[in-house]
Design a binder for this molecule. Sequence first.
Ligand SMILES: Nc1nc2c(c(=O)[nH]1)N(C=O)[C@@H](CNc1ccc(C(=O)N[C@@H](CCC(=O)O)C(=O)O)cc1)CN2
Ligand SMILES: Nc1nc2c(ncn2[C@@H]2O[C@H](COP(=O)(O)OP(=O)(O)OP(=O)(O)O)[C@@H](O)[C@H]2O)c(=O)[nH]1
Ligand SMILES: [Mg+2]
Length: 451
Amino acid sequence: MTSDSATIVALATAPAAGAVGILRVSGPAALEVGRRLAPGVPASPTPRHAYLASFVDATGAVLDEGLFLYFQAPRSFTGEDVVELHAHGSPRLLRLLLARALEDERVRPALPGEFTRRAFLNGRIDLTRAEAVADLVAADSEAAVRAAAAGLSGALAERIRALETPLRELHADLEGVLNFPDEAEGADAEAGPRVTALRSVAEALRAEVGRGRLVRQGARVALYGPVNAGKSTLFNRLVGEARALVDDEPGTTRDALEARVEWDGLGVTLYDTAGLREAPGRVEALGIARTRELLAAVDLAVLVLPPETSREEAASWTRESGATPVLVVTGKCDVIPGTRDTVSAVLPSPAPPRVSGLTGEGVEALRTAVLTRLWGGGTPSAVALVSERHADALRRTAEALGRAEAASRVSTLEVLSGEVGLALEALGEVSGTSVSEALLDTLFQRFCIGK
Ligand SMILES: Nc1nc2c(c(=O)[nH]1)N(C=O)[C@@H](CNc1ccc(C(=O)N[C@@H](CCC(=O)O)C(=O)O)cc1)CN2
Ligand SMILES: Nc1nc2c(ncn2[C@@H]2O[C@H](COP(=O)(O)OP(=O)(O)OP(=O)(O)O)[C@@H](O)[C@H]2O)c(=O)[nH]1
Ligand SMILES: [Mg+2]
């Protein structure tokens, strides 16, 4: 796919002071370049052995003492010869070492994601694994780390293969019948049902994009409701610190406030919003407009109602969230006796949790209820990280299979096989078996330099 034989170099660690900083070189000239920086290392170093070596400048003056590692092609991350210099984590020192490596005309700085791209191009990892590397680096919740780690060890690759292999077999059978009608007679017999089954597998995988997004980016949850219901008090309680101002004056919160929490490993961005009411002041009205905008954008809206809310009022407050799913809670439950629960009497069972931001009562149950609404029973870390890009390719796969299904009933074998071929091609964009340079460019641009 690419004939780029340049040797690339980049810092593999963040450009900040740290305990250790790593310079990574990959390509045919890696060993020579590495040994120019660390001349004490033998000409044929033992692969994967950590040599303690002096790193020197052009005059031979010692710049640092560190570890030298040689990975011999193809047994390396990129599949090429790789040398790593593990120096002390001084950004300035590392820049000196980098500049020295670049003095060799066969060496150039690595582009973002280029090490991983080479690993992909050299067949060390498939595209889903390469993307999992980026997901892992970007992960900011435990669930995101675990899900990306599963992707790195091939969880998504395996599921794609489970679709791609039978699809390829079907395609081969159909082409066989078309090209060698005598020998392959009957190989297309079950084509219709096979297409149908594969299509539902593609659809099921595609449907996981929502959960993938929740894990990757975290869920967005907004508290909303009438003014003075106790939203900010509850928000502070959920966040674990006094972030929002609280006052008995209705209309205290004017602007949406956000805080990031991690619940059961899932990243959650919580929003406190301006309470809704008729005839607010001018600034408050701006806040209310923002509340409505936010309600449309979040994954779940938690409606906090005062204990005295009537069933009609409760129903009309619920409608405020529009298409966003709502979880209703009765707030300030410490002021009412346990049995009198006007809201839960009128809303669908199970009864909305009763919470008190003031005392903390019911807050743990609310947290659980929120997670259940976001996740059902599943485990966030077990989710296949289907990205928007994957989902788009899977949509085109499923659409082609839909047309193939129709073709199996009303059209020729050529048309049917053609559609199955198109489905395969679209699916190949996920695994990387059919992928353009342009797509790889966009994909790897999102990586950081040195990855
Ligand atoms: N110092 C360092 N740490 C690192 C990396 C690295 O490149 N350097 N990695 C980079 O992201 C990750 C580790 N990933 C790696 C993946 C494969 C191979 C490798 O040598 N693979 C060979 C041999 C496998 C074997 O012998 O078991 C291969 O696939 O053939 C190395 C690192 C995270 N930590
Ligand atoms: N008894 C009791 N009082 C509460 C509780 N939560 C809030 N309050 C009180 O109710 C008043 C309003 O609380 P906030 O948390 O500011 O209510 P809010 O919904 O954010 O109000 P706005 O921002 O004005 O919409 C304050 O005086 C709080 O002390 C609660 O759980 N129990
Ligand atoms: Mg408030």
